[in-house]
Design a protein around this ligand. Structure first.
Ligand SMILES: NC(=O)c1ccc[n+]([C@@H]2O[C@H](COP(=O)([O-])OP(=O)(O)OC[C@H]3O[C@@H](n4cnc5c(N)ncnc54)[C@H](O)[C@@H]3O)[C@@H](O)[C@H]2O)c1
Ligand SMILES: N[C@@H](CCO)C(=O)O
Ligand code: NA
Length: 445
């Protein structure tokens, strides 16, 4: 849509919660600086929220507040709709209706784009409008901009990131302060980091939404959240965090996407990361994304991935882009998924069994002769080579007189399906006393 008033672009906000409030406040506070950058004013003239009284108290008398978001979409003066409601329900309908009405859309809703992105981008393409979503991945960090524009000379080889602040906060609090999982989660919710449904955070689903978006943009493939392998942090034991430290590693929930000769890896799971890597030292709710490319090598993007104003920063950057590009021919704009729509290819996403990585294994075993040999011979027969072994004294693990102990094994790279076979065989040994813990290990070089 062309601007009706080129001196000011009119914006409608759908949802005046944590992010909506941040967008409104930062736009007001930095109005003149933003105008100097955008070349025109960016003005929120309408806000929709179910709680109109609360929204009115936040925006004051100069902004029209409505309960029905469709009143914003119906207003011909509104050029851009910012969707900050969340979820796949009404948010999806409103985004599609806004596109249909010829509005540009900005959204922070990674769940929506990860699951329905293909449909939404196709609709936007047909209507010649923009759909911008910097806030959807790693919040305020300009990672979409970096992948789509800053790195466009490169063949991107892999992307690995701490892209969920809630889980990184929980892991940090558990390691540093010995806090219980539930206490740390409640604190993350209080600080406004967690999703409306926090199981999305702790089960790795939110990180997988973001990883699927980064995978599409890095490799020029459709958004394929449904093919992601997802494992959260709920099964992580405090002892694994400790053992990892003793071996020189930290455990982080990583979202990883990698292009290999066979296809694309797309996975989220707890990972051992060498403690000396910068990314291993990203603590609290902070996010960080590593990108490895052929020409530039490795870069690291670090900052706040959640919270009211950090996320607003990304939403407003998209508004500035839209204000600047509004007059450009639709065909010449930066493509939604970084690659031209007819250049998106169908490189397959690999099944988790085909992924190659290294592993941390913790086996609770009987403290008797021959146990280590029986375990290592299974690995040797399956061609899995061992990097390091840590065997605790039984009394260190279980107290004086204990008859069982922990055996920790770090392996070199092998195919996941081979490791699955090894785990099944090791689990059968009568000297292996409880389910084996397996955590993947990423050297990130
Ligand atoms: N909070 C963060 O730090 C953060 C960071 C990045 C992305 N996001 C994403 O941003 C979006 C918004 O998150 P949030 O934390 O601001 O959520 P929130 O729950 O604080 O705000 C949502 C707001 O939408 C309103 N709402 C619900 N249904 C509505 C409807 N039908 N019409 C109008 N308003 C309606 C609610 O009343 C609420 O005020 C989500 O997609 C979330 O995943 C949030
Ligand atoms: N729940 C998300 C919010 C930002 O997307 C997080 O914890 O990182
Ligand atoms: Na971002």
């Amino acid at each position: 849509m062309k601007l009706t008033n080129p001196t000011s672009i009119q914006v409608g906000l759908l949802g005046m919660g944590t992010v909506g409030t941040g967008v409104f406040n930062v736009l007001m506070r930095n109005q003149s600086e933003i105008m100097r950058r955008a070349g025109c004013g960016i003005e929120v003239t309408m806000v929709a929220d179910l709680d109109t009284e609360r929204a009115k108290s936040l925006v004051g008398p100069n902004v029209q507040v409505v309960a029905d978001a469709r009143a914003i979409i119906a207003n011909p003066d509104i050029a851009v709709v910012v969707e900050l409601i969340g979820g796949y329900g009404i948010a999806k309908q409103l985004v599609l209706e806004a596109i249909e009405a010829g509005k540009h859309v900005v959204t922070a809703n990674k769940a929506l784009l990860a699951v329905h992105g293909t449909e939404i981008f196709a609709a936007a393409q047909r209507k010649g409008v923009m759909v911008a979503f910097e806030a959807a991945v790693a919040g305020g960090i300009p990672i979409i901009k970096a992948l789509r524009e800053g790195l466009s000379a490169n063949r991107i080889e892999w992307v690995a990131g701490i892209i969920n602040g809630t889980t990184n906060f929980i892991l940090s609090e558990m390691r540093d302060k010995g806090l219980d999982f539930d206490v740390a989660l409640k604190e993350a919710q209080r600080l406004g980091y967690a999703e409306a449904d926090p199981t999305f955070d702790i089960q790795g689903v939110d990180a997988a939404h973001k990883a699927a978006l980064m995978s599409a943009i890095a490799f020029g493939v459709p958004v394929q959240f449904e093919k992601a392998y997802i494992e959260g942090i709920t099964a992580l034991g405090a002892q694994d965090i400790r053992y990892a430290e003793q071996l020189g590693y930290r455990i982080k929930l990583l979202g990883i996407t990698k292009k290999t000769a066979k296809g694309i890896e797309l996975r989220v799971h707890p990972s051992l990361v060498p403690a000396k890597r910068l990314i291993a030292n990203v603590e609290g709710a902070m996010n960080a994304v590593m990108v490895h490319c052929d020409a530039l090598g490795t870069t690291l993007y670090y900052g706040k991935g959640a919270g009211s104003e950090p996320t607003a920063s990304a939403v407003i950057a998209d508004l500035v882009d839209i204000a600047r590009l509004n007059t450009a021919n639709a065909a010449q704009r930066v493509p939604y998924l970084a690659f031209q729509p007819d250049a998106i290819d169908n490189t397959p996403v690999l099944d988790m069994g085909q992924v190659v990585t290294s592993y941390y294994l913790r086996l609770n075993v009987a403290d008797e002769a021959g146990v280590l040999a029986s375990v290592t011979s299974i690995l040797a027969k399956l061609d899995i080579s061992i990097d390091a072994v840590l065997q605790r004294e039984a009394d260190e693990v279980g107290g004086e007189g204990a008859t069982q102990t922990d055996l920790i094994i770090l392996t070199h790279d092998c195919v996941e399906s081979q490791m699955n076979l090894a785990l099944a065989q090791m689990q059968q040994l009568t000297t292996v006393l409880s389910p084996i813990t397996r955590i993947r290990k990423e050297e990130l070089v």
